[in-house]
Ligand binder design. Structure first.
Ligand SMILES: C[S@@+](CC[C@H](N)C(=O)[O-])C[C@H]1O[C@@H](n2cnc3c(N)ncnc32)[C@H](O)[C@@H]1O
Length: 214
């Protein structure tokens, strides 16, 4: 995800479901104009506070409590709409209608979402039901297919976390001070191979929806 938001100076960005604005600060640091929206008034207040504390002026950012299904922005307003873990809380069709409406032609949509079938995440969800809200519905292969049929953008799907994430857990115990070790490098290559072969894609931890608006 980070590689798509490196060169964003002067770009107008919507941090969609911005939470407390941690990612917004990164986009501000790179010279973007950042609009953050979230349903939580408390998170929005925290995001404003953090941006002010970090020394940004109020003409560089705007954080507003807003429902992601009904964006209070003009059509074709943003260069980039970016969200981490928000779409799976929403009605996907309505949310995507809004995102496409507010994105400029050639604008970029970047949404990273959790997947339903990853074995580690399934165990984690089973063990921690209290850690989630009722509206969460991690994406299945069917959801991804449905999104892929939408032709309003040229959409790519990038996956991560099938092999590399569990091996990283193992190697952090085996080689505590050596993140660049042979086992992790091997896992990276193996995971890349599964992506190239379209193998068990929906078993990854996360998918990045990466679209360029037509
Ligand atoms: C998993 S958190 C991610 C927060 C942030 N993107 C981050 O990476 O730290 C999901 C966020 O979506 C927000 N959210 C849930 N439903 C929403 C809605 N209908 N409209 C706007 N935000 C919503 C929640 O308040 C929460 O901040």
């Amino acid at each position: 995800m980070d590689s798509y938001v490196r060169d964003i100076a002067e770009k107008t960005i919507l941090d969609y479901g911005c939470g407390r604005g941690d990612k917004s600060l990164l986009y501000l640091a790179r010279g973007a104009y950042v609009f953050g929206i979230d349903i939580s008034v408390e998170y929005i207040e925290d995001a404003k506070e953090s941006a002010k504390k970090a020394g940004y002026s109020e003409n560089q950012f705007s954080f507003v409590a807003m429902d992601a299904h009904k964006l209070n922005f003009d059509d074709d307003f943003f260069d980039i709409v970016i969200g981490y873990g928000i779409l799976h809380h929403l009605d996907t069709a309505i949310a995507l209608d809004e995102i496409h409406r507010v994105l400029k032609p050639q604008g970029r949509l970047l949404l990273q979402e959790p997947l339903a079938n990853n074995p580690l995440l399934r165990i984690f969800r089973f063990l921690t039901p209290y850690a989630r809200t009722e509206d969460e519905r991690p994406f299945s292969a069917k959801d991804i297919e449905m999104i892929g049929r939408d032709k309003r953008s040229d959409m790519g799907f990038e996956y991560c976390g099938l092999i590399e994430a569990p091996i990283a857990m193992l190697t952090s115990a085996l080689y505590p001070n050596s993140p660049d070790n042979w086992l992790l490098r091997f896992a990276d290559r193996l995971e890349l191979w599964t992506h190239q072969k379209n193998f068990l894609l929906s078993w990854n931890q996360y998918v990045l929806l990466n679209g360029v608006e037509k």
